[in-house]
Ligand binder design. Sequence first.
Ligand code: ZN
Length: 535
Amino acid sequence: MKRSLRALCLGVALLLLCTVFPAAAGTDTVLMMQVGTGALLENGVSAAAPAPIYADNGALLIPLRPIAQRLGAAVGWDAPSRQTTVSRNGVTLRFTDQSWSYQAGGETKSLSAQPRVVNGTLYVPVLALTDLGVSVHVWGYYEGGFCAVSDRALSDAALAQYHAQALKAFGPNEGLFNRTSLTLRLGSRKAWTGGGTVELCEKGGAAVPYQGSDGFLMLPVQACAEALGGTYALDAAGNSTVTLGGHTAVFPAANGYVTVDGARREHAYYGGALRQGTAFCSVYAFASTLGYCAYADGDAILLSAWDLSQRPAFQERAWQAADALILQRYEDAKGFLALTFDDGPSGQLTTRLLDGLKARGVHATFFLCDYRIQTYPGILGRYRAEGHEVGNHSANHATLTACGAEKLASELDATNRSITRLCGAAPTLMRPPGGAYNQTVLSAAGARGMSCIMWSVDTLDWKNRNVSAILQRALPNVRDGDIILMHDMYSTSVDAALSMIDTLQAQGYVFVTVSELAQLKGVSLQPGASYSSIR
Ligand code: ZN
């Protein structure tokens, strides 16, 4: 009996429920609550209150005493029967946290979930309040987890108005955010919708966001519209029509202006065109015409129906999801390579290298010296923002095997301090200058949570200041899982690195950071261990 009741209640609780009761003589109170939000709206005015919760079966539970009291009910405690009593308009309900049933005017009734005591407050299924002659309306998890309790029946129009008011006051819950947001990553054919990753496919192909030559971030129109729950149509002239979020936008086949709900948007420049039959438009055009907010973090893009400027937690979740998208990005890759650069940052040379890596969608790993960081602190912000990894290369390029314990500690700690301060996180990788390490160095690195990263391809770029010599040395020896050693200290090194990337990308190789390489290979990098390749 109990099991079937649970199953039934799960189904019922997830549905949109509207229970209409005759209006009782009362105080005209409408309460709006949201699961997880410790505030309610009483006739549109915000007040602190314990938040509603979901039972394991999905039923929505409310804190009985504060809600009942706001509805003008008397709440009491019957010590002999250990029951909480609620009385209103001559009806008394009796609840206990021991049972799935309750008493209503002497009759025993079933509950959709067992009442619970949380922080000393008894929570009961909100639907039980209908026995007090109040009206209850519940929105599901993916509709924001809201609940309206009122002492009179509300029309659909009034409910919609209260719902909109609560959305404005409380914002989306996680479910609604998930259902109405999309996270993409440049170069990735996967995207994240909160419910999980989706493939950005169109007509059997893959639609991959890219950065246009004019700097616009370009989105596949159909894939984005459909992932967000909209519809898409392509006409014979190549114009794309998207219906989403109550708007209809027409993106023209060639560069031009978007038409929204029949009116031309002068400022919504399309910024794109058909690429192999797939329509792309700029992030800005998509968001501004369809009422979405757009956010970017490095090469990740978040489209949301919500203004998330005050909701850093939702943004952070989207960026974390974007970090994982790179792992699903290159099913067809010939191999994965980690390009590493030592001894920087190097001012203008590093800037030129970062620009070149960005244009090629490459993530690399930079082993930095603190004395260089002190000279060019401004560039540290670019590394993480553009998807690169930063490691420790000692403070002063010291030969760590020749250092005493105190000097060894200060060489590692100074650089870690600067990186933590300027990049927001301590490095988990280090590379000893000159490749010189012993067990003492490994132990010191391990004590600081760092793995020692060596290399399997040495370009000798510091010695051969000649692009073709560097390429001839490196290219024939490259294979899947290699870690390639370079230095962004010389102009020839930057030229050679970018040329090497172009050649190897054309062969199907994909460049990732050392930590990404480890993740792709299923290797868990151990602090205090050394690695010269990851295969
Ligand atoms: Zn070095």
